[in-house]
Design a protein around this ligand. Sequence first.
Ligand SMILES: Cc1cc2nc3c(=O)[nH]c(=O)nc-3n(C[C@H](O)[C@H](O)[C@H](O)COP(=O)(O)OP(=O)(O)OC[C@H]3O[C@@H](n4cnc5c(N)ncnc54)[C@H](O)[C@@H]3O)c2cc1C
Length: 474
Amino acid sequence: MKTIIIGGGLGGLSAATTLAAHGEETILFEKNEHFGGKMKSIDIDGYHFDFGPNTITMPYVFEDILRMGGMDKTLTYRLLDVHTRNQFPDGTIFDLSSDRNYMMEQLKSFDQKGWKTYDRFLQDITKLFRTSYSSFLSRAFTSKRDYISFSLLKDTINVRPLMSMDRFFHSYFTSPYVRMALNRYATYVGSDPYRAPATFAMIAYLELMEGVYYVEGGNTKIAEAMTRAATNAGARLHAGTEVKSLVQAKDHIRGVVLENGEYVEADHVIINGDIGQTLPALLGEKQPTYDPSISAFVILAGLDASLPLHHHHLLFSDDYKKEFAELKAGRYSDDPTIYISTSRKSDPAVSPNGDNCFILVNAPPGQEIDADEYKQLIYDKLHRNGIRVSSHIQTESIWTPQDIETRFSSFRGALYGPSVNNKKQAFLRPRNKSDRFRNLYFAGGSTHPGGGSPIVTLSGQNVANHILGILTET
Ligand SMILES: Cc1cc2nc3c(=O)[nH]c(=O)nc-3n(C[C@H](O)[C@H](O)[C@H](O)COP(=O)(O)OP(=O)(O)OC[C@H]3O[C@@H](n4cnc5c(N)ncnc54)[C@H](O)[C@@H]3O)c2cc1C
């Protein structure tokens, strides 16, 4: 049996490795010159940047795939003790860490309720994660029946689908600083904490219980290792090769046509590209109307200095709720929360000449802005808060939602496929199998179970296991 995979993001590479390691003939086509999709290494003037995933969780998910291609234990994952520094407009600092005692010390000084409830909070988010993992994350959703089983319904109720993330955090913490720091987890699935269901508080479990990791040499080493694992397992990977269309028979896909006009037959086809953008383009149909997750305005700035920044550093806005209301209305915030990842703080060798700042601000999907003006607004805010990036710039590159859309064929530049703001989209994510074509599958951030580097890796593995007939834990 022969499987064609369209797209070499982490989801595509994971599916390719799993299928090839089980003896399936597997061919992957990627339109860009690099594999890894949004996880992209960018090297400019001696500065290394990890575009895309800067925050890495669940390393065991990557290791599972790498093992199949003989590449496990080739990466060095470093657990970041105090992984995220949250800085607020009045200068208050609240850090996030998987060290419970460190968290308790901080909570004791400015959130007495949180200090008392923290252990219960950790237990509750652990339950949320475990239920989500066994019911949603570890298997492909291929038919409507998958959404209506009794056990899933029971589990869905246990993951509090009707409460918002913000309400959930409210029930444990009184400090607005603590709640803002935790609410930001909604953005990890491209959503709004005031609307996204509490289910996604499970992300707090990953960061506060399991921890945040960094891969020595840059997180993009994960994509490199997965590419080698897929090749070692026997998959044939083609970069710089866009698939232009799907050749349809009545109820199945016969094969694909490449940009040079070549026709390649297949028994199964997996689309790893964003469903909202790639599927209609390949079928010559209209784009869907779903609500995409948020996009990003990104500045890669190489500096000639080492600034007082943490590896993961946040500078919050005055009014976090207003910021999400602006994004919802399709506007860029004039007081955005700014995220800066400077991997040099943990790994000086990746950027010997000075800080390598990956600066990200949430952006409304599909909306453009004057990039120079908005960059200046971001630099001015950083400057006012003692982070003098603009006086030290040696090299700079800006990415807007349009660039993200063009480069990765991502619907309206969304980072994580459809948003999970409305409950229907959160729990009825596009399934992993087509309704119309019996041999067409989907893997990656725009399908089940969702976005984020480990989750898309699971998505690819789940789809491959489904094709192989391997049952996964439910
Ligand atoms: C700025 C930014 C910050 C992020 N931060 C984090 C983070 O800190 N932590 C985290 O875990 N995740 C983060 N993410 C999300 C993470 O990068 C994605 O969820 C994940 O990498 C998506 O993987 P994917 O398999 O869905 O495919 P993608 O990476 O979207 O890759 C799909 C591939 O398909 C290719 N393709 C599409 N159509 C065709 C075609 N017709 N022919 C051939 N190829 C095609 C595209 O070129 C692309 O390479 C971030 C993303 C971005 C953009």
